[in-house]
Design a protein around this ligand. Structure first.
Ligand code: SAH
Ligand code: SF4
Length: 385
């Protein structure tokens, strides 16, 4: 067991405390944090404006622990997907989605997931373990600096982060919050609060905690307009039914009056995709379905996700016309609705696909070692040719 502290585990406060423990002033922590997150440095030797004595101390007591990269796939549309080895035969995925005016990174929070949604291949794998803060941050750290190095860019590549990879982020709350702080910190990645999105299947008490601890944008995976269907698709609904979930969404928005909730809705053929389901959703989010339980309207947008099929699910993607008709019902009711573009189809960059290949843990270790490749980031301090 390596006793060295992984500096990716620490937000700026944590790093300041660590530096103070080494007898260093607080501003040294800021310098160090900027080297790591803004410049992508992992070698203390390269941090030339830090005193030699500090660099030596850091070299024995700390490290910037990157995740080993198993594979990197780039799609024809520019989407990049990485598979990272998190040990014990487990892998997590991270996806970069370039758009005309911005880049979005989709990050994982757990190896596997305990929620077990019917339509999700991560859910079908079961739960392995929580990622540490350092493992969550390592995905952004690696992707940002790898993308800069590959394209010869000096400016930022990633403007948005969505916690929509593998795992339920609000069931890994303790590790999540410091990671979010590093994403938001001006000395870290400097992302705005509205450009960091936590997506949840509805862990009500943690929605409330996030509101006070770190109120970033919130996406809630709804998938059904009533409790009977939602329990079937998202088993967590038994613990936190829709009335409680929507009330938590309202409380979240009370703290952020200019914001809205993004409701995600995975379109499953013949399961949740009729105009009647759409109408029931309108009633629900406009506060008519649960009014008797005191739940009012929730300011929201809808994001309809065409189901990304995998054999074990036994489910099928809704036909395009049905998705359009569904969107039409929501839009007619005045709800802003988008249909997620399927990106990176040629590299299986949608939800849970590549990591699904290593879900058979008995052989996973062997396959991981066969597929592992090593990617070096060009250190930011190194002169570019
Ligand atoms: N656990 C969190 C975040 C990760 S899943 C959550 O459930 O919100 C991110 C999004 O992908 C969720 O909205 C989830 O419902 C959706 N998703 C999962 N499997 C999918 C699939 N096979 N096809 C389409 N969307 C899927
Ligand atoms: Fe977990 Fe989200 Fe997949 Fe449900 S959809 S099993 S909560 S990762």
């Amino acid at each position: 067991m390596d006793a060295r502290v992984n500096l990716l585990d620490l937000d700026l406060e944590g790093l300041a405390a660590f530096c103070e423990g080494l007898g260093e002033k607080r501003f040294r922590a800021t310098q160090l944090y900027r080297w790591i997150h803004q410049r992508g440095a992992s070698q203390f030797e390269a941090m030339t404006d830090l005193a030699r004595s500090l660099r030596d101390k850091l070299a024995t007591r700390a490290e910037v622990r990157a995740l080993p990269v198993i594979s990197e796939h780039t799609s024809a549309d520019g989407t990049v997907k990485w598979l990272f080895d998190v040990g014990g035969g487990n892998a997590v995925e991270t996806v970069f989605i370039p758009e005309v005016d911005r880049g979005t990174l989709c990050i994982s929070s757990q190896a596997g997931c305990a929620v077990g949604c019917r339509f999700c291949s991560t859910g079908h794998q079961g739960f392995s373990r929580n990622l540490t803060t350092g493992e969550i941050v390592a995905q952004l750290w690696f992707a940002e600096h790898r993308l800069r190095a590959v394209g010869g860019h000096t400016e930022r590549r990633i403007d948005n982060v969505v916690m929509m990879g593998m795992g339920e982020p609000l069931q890994n709350y303790g590790a999540l919050v410091p990671a979010l702080r590093t994403m938001l910190d001006d000395h870290g990645y400097g992302l705005s609060r509205r450009r960091v999105t936590v997506s949840t299947s509805g862990v009500v008490p943690m929605i409330d905690r996030l509101r006070t601890d770190c109120p970033v944008a919130l996406a809630v995976s709804l998938h059904a307009p009533d409790d009977v269907l939602r329990e079937h698709l998202v088993p967590l609904n038994r613990k936190y039914p829709l009335a409680e979930l929507l009330a938590a969404c309202q409380r979240y928005l009370d703290a952020a009056p200019r914001d809205f909730i993004t409701f995600e809705y995975c379109m499953l053929d013949g399961v949740n995709d009729t105009p009647a389901h759409a109408q029931a959703l309108v009633e629900l989010v406009q506060g008519r379905a649960e009014a008797s339980r005191g739940v009012g309207a929730v300011r929201c947008k809808f994001n309809l996700i065409p189901f990304n099929p995998f054999p074990a699910s036994g489910l099928v993607r809704s036909p395009r016309e049905r998705v359009l008709a569904f969107a039409e019902v929501l839009q007619q009711a005045g709800i802003v609705t988008t249909i997620r573009k399927t990106r990176g189809d040629d590299i299986d960059a949608a939800c849970g696909q590549l990591a699904g290949e290593v879900q058979d843990r008995t052989q996973a270790r062997e396959r991981l070692s066969q597929r592992r490749a090593v990617f070096d980031i060009v250190p930011a301090a190194a002169p570019r040719p």
